[in-house]
Design a protein around this ligand. Structure first.
Ligand SMILES: C[S@@+](CC[C@H](N)C(=O)[O-])C[C@H]1O[C@@H](n2cnc3c(N)ncnc32)[C@H](O)[C@@H]1O
Length: 417
């Protein structure tokens, strides 16, 4: 069988990650009680099961589908633990009541990739929960996958492999190469356009565990810049307050935060709303397609959750109308005559315009309204006209970035080999 974890080097990398292995050891010593019966699912070299026996477990069922289990058997003998371990070389979902006698107190595993989900490991744990006592424990207790939209400075664009597709690298045009892959992220927190948020949060005991998911997160952009993609990292709560993350700052780490470039760059401003949808699909036991969808929503447009669902209301309107809709929300029929253009310059859309222009044109309109020379409809139409002219850049020679006013939606498909 050809399998990612059949590779001894992969297993060694896990053991060499002392941060990971010691945190698991502490957690197991806290969680496992004298006499407990334990499942070590995906036992690999057997290390977690050995910790459980050292912590006082009376028996461990060590389940592993790859031939790495042979090393675990030999290690058990060498460490005089073989009498208390049953090794079962099978996929987790093929375990039956004949393999495991009675119910177990703890299910242990370390089923985590850089993107939290790992092959069919999570659904296998779900399957194995049928052998767990009612008051049993599952370790890790919970896991979350966090995402954050990121900016990147020009040097990263120029030098990095991330952007091989498109630019002139090595004097060759790589535009034909798909960029739809995850990369090790070296961007760091200064590239974050806002704070990370969980796109997936799972309690391993309470929730029904799946190997795929689809979810959306809404971000409010805190730092203006170019949206170039998304950084992913995970956090695990192994037990009590023993946590493990792919962002742990340690000298040797088995994991790394990942960067997924978006298929299109987009300039975003502080206050904009960005909704990112992530969906995954398994195409074989160790191959998945991750699809990212970006909905970028200018802060100038009042945000309404329903719009995401219909796709129709705002995006099909002309840019000027979207803008004036934002502005006019503040100017309703009752209070327009109180409007004082000197004090109300913080209108979102006015902020984007040069002050002299605001004052001249806006104030004229508002002043006329004060004198009640215009109806509300007339004012509205004048404002829409004005804003439309501004947007078309016909009135002023000012580069208003077009994407500030549009509602953009694009998606990237990411393949995990
Ligand atoms: C990340 S490794 C952890 C190995 C070991 N528990 C440790 O902590 O060093 C995950 C292990 O689970 C095994 N595994 C993954 N999915 C499995 C499945 N569905 N059935 C049995 N073993 C599985 C892999 O082959 C791999 O050895």
């Amino acid at each position: 069988m050809s399998h990612y974890f059949d590779n001894y080097k992969k297993q060694l990398n896990l053991l060499l990650d002392r941060n990971r292995t010691l945190k698991y050891k502490y957690a197991i010593f806290k969680a496992v009680k004298e006499g407990d019966v334990v499942i070590d699912f995906g036992c690999g070299t057997g290390v977690l099961g050995f910790f459980a026996l050292q912590a006082g477990a009376s028996h461990v069922y060590a389940i592993e589908e790859t031939s790495i289990i042979e090393y675990a058997r030999r290690m058990a003998i060498k460490n005089n633990l073989e009498e208390n371990i049953t090794f079962i070389q099978k996929p987790g979902k093929e375990i039956t009541a004949e393999d495991i006698s009675g119910e177990v107190d703890v299910i242990l595993s370390e089923p985590v990739s850089n993107l939290l989900l790992e092959g069919d490991a999570w659904s296998s744990i779900e399957y194995l929960k049928q052998f767990l006592k009612n008051d049993g424990l599952v370790l890790p207790v919970s896991g979350s996958l966090l995402i954050v939209p990121v900016n990147a400075p020009p040097e990263v664009f120029r030098d990095s492999d991330y952007f091989l597709g498109g630019t002139n690298v090595y004097n060759i045009d790589f535009i034909e190469l798909p960029r739809t892959v995850f990369y090790k992220s070296t961007l760091g927190e200064s590239a974050w356009l806002t704070s990370p948020q969980p796109i997936l949060e799972v309690n391993l005991l309470r929730d029904t565990l799946n190997d795929t998911f689809e979810n959306s997160v809404k971000f409010s952009i805190q730092q203006s810049g170019q949206l170039v993609g998304v950084e992913f990292f995970f956090k695990l709560n192994i037990f009590k307050n023993i946590t493990l993350s792919s962002r742990d700052q340690v000298t040797y780490h088995n994991w790394t935060p990942l960067f997924a470039p978006s298929s299109k760059q987009s300039s975003v401003c502080s206050g904009d709303i960005l909704r990112i949808t992530v969906s995954t699909e398994m195409i074989s036991p160790y191959k998945a397609i991750w699809t990212l969808e970006f909905d970028h929503h200018s802060k100038l447009i009042p945000y309404n959750d329903a719009w995401w669902e219909t796709d129709s209301a705002i995006p099909t309107l002309a840019p000027g109308v979207m803008l004036s809709k934002a502005g006019l929300l503040l100017l309703n029929q009752e209070d327009y005559s109180q409007y004082d253009c000197e004090n109300d310059l913080e209108w979102d859309f006015i902020q984007l315009l040069p002050k002299p222009l605001n004052c001249n044109e806006m104030c004229q309109i508002i002043a006329q309204s004060r004198k009640h020379e215009m109806t509300f409809e007339e004012i509205k139409n004048r404002l829409i006209q004005l804003l439309h002219k501004l947007l078309m850049n016909s009135l002023i020679n000012m580069p208003i970035p077009k994407e500030r006013f549009v509602f953009t939606r694009f998606s990237s498909s990411i393949h995990i080999p």
